[in-house]
Design a protein around this ligand. Structure first.
Ligand code: PLP
Length: 358
C-alpha cells in the first residue's frame, strides 16, 4: 500500500529491507546493532556516519553542532527557552498553525511569549507578511514553524530577523529541499516524517548559542552538555539513530536534497492540480503561495462522501488519508519517501472517485 500518514510516516522500502537484513547479526558482530553498546566501536561508527551524512546532505557549517536526542520535537520546544532565554526575557513567536501553538504552550512556563504575528484569525490559511510582524526589541529569539503539518502551510522564505537568533521547527519539512542553514540559529525536527522512525530528534544549533546562560536546569535538559558528550550524555535512541543514518545514505544515493526538492515539487503540484481542477468537488483552503509541499490537506464538498472516499482509497491501496481530528477532511502527507507513483496513484484515484460520485 501507499501510506500517506503524517507521521510516523512511510519509510523507503530499501531502508526497511536493509534494516531487516542487518537486524540479527550486525556485520558479523554476532548481535544486532540495537543490542550492542552505544559506546562500542560498531555503534560509534553508525552514529558518526549518520552525523557526517546529515552534515553533507544539509551542508551544515562547522560552527553548528548536530544532536540526536530523545524527547521529540515537543521537548525541544520547552528546552529552547530553558537554554536560550533568561527568566523574564521575551521571545517572539510567529504563529501559523497547530504546531506553533504547541511551541508557545511548551515555552510559556519559561519565557515571556510575544506572539509577533498570527494567522489564526484567518483560520491558519496563510503566513503574515514580514512587514506585519511586531518583533520585540529585546527578544531572546524568534520562533517559526517551517511547515505546519496539520494546516498544510509552509514557510519557504527565510524572513530576515536581523541579529536575533531565528529558531525553526522543521519537523515536517527538513531535508525536503536545499536550505541555507546559516540563516537559522536553531533548527529542530522530530524524525518521524522525513528522517526515520519516531524516537529521535535532530537539533542543529549554532555553537555561540551554547554559551547562553538560560535558566536553572538539569544537565539532561542542557544542550551544551549534550554537545559536549556528542549526544551520549545518557543512552541515546540507537535504533532510531541507526535507521535515520540509513535514510541519509539512501537520500545521498538518490541525489541529495536537490533531487528530493524536484520530486517534492512535482508530487505536490500534481495533487494541488487535481484539487484545483475539480470544480469544487475537492477543496484546499491554503493561500497558493504558501501551500505545503509535504502535507496536502483537502476537503470533499460533500462531507457524506468522506467515509466512502477513505474506504475506497483503502481498497485501492491508498492508506492513512484521514485528516487530523483538529481539521477534519483529508490529508495526504507526501514526504521524501513517498514515491511519485504513490502520488500519481492517489491523483488517479481522486479523479476517478469524483467521476463516480461527483
Ligand atoms: N512540530 C511539528 C511541525 C510536527 O508536525 C510535530 C508532530 O507531528 C511536532 C512538532 C511534535 O513532534 P513530537 O511528537 O516528535 O514531539
Amino acid at each position: 500500500a501507499y501510506n500517506f500518514s503524517a507521521g510516523p510516516a512511510t519509510l523507503p522500502e530499501t531502508v526497511l529491507q536493509q534494516a531487516q537484513a542487518e537486524m540479527l547479526d550486525w556485520h558479523g558482530a554476532g548481535a544486532s546493532i540495537v543490542e550492542l553498546s552505544h559506546r562500542g566501536p560498531e555503534f560509534l561508527q553508525v552514529a558518526q556516519e549518520a552525523e557526517a551524512d546529515l552534515r553533507t546532505l544539509m551542508a551544515i557549517p562547522d560552527d553548528y553542532a548536530v544532536l540526536f536526542l530523545q524527547g521529540g520535537a515537543t521537548a525541544q520546544q520547552a528546552l529552547i527557552p530553558l537554554n536560550f532565554a533568561v527568566p523574564g526575557q521575551k521571545a517572539d513567536y510567529v504563529l501559523t498553525g497547530h504546531w506553533g501553538k504547541t511551541a508557545i504552550k511548551q515555552a510559556r512556563p519559561y519565557v515571556d511569549v510575544n506572539i509577533a504575528a498570527s494567522s489564526e484569525n484567518g483560520g491558519f490559511r496563510g503566513i503574515p507578511a514580514r512587514a506585519d510582524w511586531r518583533l520585540s526589541d529585546d527578544a531572546a529569539y524568534v520562533h517559526v514553524t517551517a511547515n505546519e503539518t496539520i494546516h498544510g502551510v509552509e514557510f519557504r522564505d527565510t524572513h530576515d530577523v536581523g541579529d536575533v537568533p531565528l529558531v525553526a521547527d522543521f519537523s515536517s519539512s527538513i531535508v525536503s529541499e536545499p536550505l541555507d542553514v546559516s540563516k537559522y540559529a536553531v533548527i529542530y525536527a522530530g524524525a518521524q516524517k522525513n528522517l526515520g522512525p519516531v524516537g529521535v530528534s535532530v537539533v542543529i544549533i549554532r555553537r555561540d548559542l551554547l554559551e547562553r546562560a538560560g535558566q536553572p536546569r538539569a544537565d539532561i535538559f542542557t544542550y551544551a552538555s549534550h554537545v559536549a558528550k556528542e549526544s551520549m550524555l545518557n543512552t541515546p535512541p540507537t535504533w532510531n539513530w541507526y535507521l535515520a543514518g540509513l535514510v541519509f545514505k539512501w537520500m545521498l544515493a538518490q541525489g541529495g536534497v536537490e533531487e528530493f526538492a524536484r520530486r517534492n515539487a512535482r508530487k505536490s503540484a500534481l495533487l494541488y492540480q487535481v484539487i484545483d481542477n475539480s470544480g469544487g468537488f475537492y477543496r484546499n483552503e491554503v493561500e497558493p503561495a504558501v501551500r505545503s509541499r509535504m502535507n496536502v490537506p483537502f476537503f470533499l464538498k460533500d462531507e457524506a462522501l468522506n467515509k466512502p472516499f477513505l474506504d475506497e482509497a483503502k481498497t485501492a491501496g491508498l492508506i492513512s488519508l484521514k485528516g487530523h481530528r483538529a481539521l477534519g477532511g483529508m490529508r495526504a502527507s507526501i514526504y521524501n519517501a513517498m514515491p511519485e507513483e504513490g502520488v500519481q496513484a492517489l491523483a488517479s484515484f481522486m479523479r476517478d472517485f469524483q467521476q463516480r460520485h461527483g
